[in-house]
Design a protein around this ligand. Structure first.
Ligand code: NDP
Length: 292
């Protein structure tokens, strides 16, 4: 497709991520206009063919699809509030990380100003943008997602999670939470092995194969969580014994209990409440929202 037939795109915010997004659109043949609060950050994008704009308003007027990649929801308002008239009638995709409710607030604000708003969560780091493995989650305006899917797919796989603008962010943080808990789990194991002089590098391949295999249990656990009922598999009584021994082994190795301790506390509480005969989904019951 010729460059002129592709949607002109504006990227607001040229931090590490905004620069990667702009370069991906340029590689995809889009006329791309860029703006950043602090001047001088557009050198790489301009060298690759982007037009640098002096103001956010000038940048927005040059684009049909406006990509926002700033710091947080406060900075999004700081940049977009003064140029709301320029945004009216345009499609805005906000890839700035915000909480689900902040995304919903921005969607309501946008609707009130005649702006078609799609929120996005980036499941990638800048050098992955446009490469296999880069994944972006979207929710909000279905029209924006459908009309601009080819451009959005230049950044990575694009998945849509419905009209509720907070859903992409909710998935983003649920997955990121899991990632950080898993990294902490790796550190706990590496600390235990360090006590015996085994390096983290030696331990890492074991952790990869074991934890990867264990993720296969997620769908089964999900069934228990969604339909609590018959107990099949490991009971919490069994899990408690295992955790007690893991804690003992951690203590023997002189490793802090900050990572494993809260998990043991959750299981202990469920067993104390009489749920020892049921499976690991009792952990979910112990932390789920009160009204769910
Ligand atoms: P950077 O810190 O590199 O860049 C932040 C950008 O926000 C800069 O362009 C900065 O402008 C701008 N900014 C901050 N505050 C304001 C403000 N009040 N008004 C105008 N502009 C402002 O961050 P990244 O580019 O890495 O991240 C951008 C977004 O992408 C964040 O929400 C981040 O969570 C998200 N993200 C980043 C990932 C990553 O790996 N980097 C991964 C997934 C999501 P200035 O140059 O003037 O300071």
């Amino acid at each position: 497709m010729a460059e002129s037939s592709r949607t002109p795109i504006t990227v607001l915010g040229l931090g590490a991520m905004g620069r990667a997004l702009a370069l991906a659109f340029l590689r995809g043949g889009h006329l791309t206009t860029v703006w950043n609060r602090t001047p001088g950050k557009d050198t790489e994008a301009v060298a690759a063919g982007a037009t640098g704009a002096a103001t956010a308003g000038e940048a927005i007027r040059a684009g049909e699809l406006i990509i926002v990649c700033l710091l947080d929801d406060k900075s999004v308002h700081e940049v977009l509030d003064p140029v709301v008239n320029d945004l009216a009638g345009r499609a805005v995709v906000n890839l700035t990380t915000t909480s689900p409710n902040a995304a919903r607030e921005l969607a309501t604000w946008a609707k009130g100003h005649g702006i078609d708003y799609l929120d996005g969560g980036i499941m990638a780091i800048p050098h992955m943008i446009g490469q296999p493995g880069s994944s972006l989650l979207y929710s909000g305006s279905r029209t924006v997602f459908d009309e601009h899917a080819p451009a959005l797919e230049l950044l990575g796989s694009a998945e849509y999670f419905g009209e509720d603008a907070g859903m992409a962010s909710l998935y983003d943080f649920a997955l990121l939470g899991g990632m950080y808990i898993m990294y902490a789990a790796f550190s706990h194991g590496a600390a235990m092995m360090r006590a015996a002089g085994v390096s983290a590098t030696e331990y890492a391949p074991r952790a990869v194969s074991w934890l990867t295999a264990m993720t296969q249990a997620f769908p089964v656990l999900a069934e228990y969580i969604d339909s609590p009922g018959d107990t099949v598999g490991q009971t919490l009584d069994f899990t408690k014994k295992a955790l007690d021994t893991i804690v003992q082994a951690s203590r023997e190795a002189g490793v802090g209990l900050e990572v494993i301790g809260p998990i043991k506390a959750l299981v202990d509480r469920q067993v104390a409440d009489g749920n020892g005969a049921i499976t690991l989904d009792a952990i979910f019951e112990g932390i789920k929202p009160l009204n769910a």
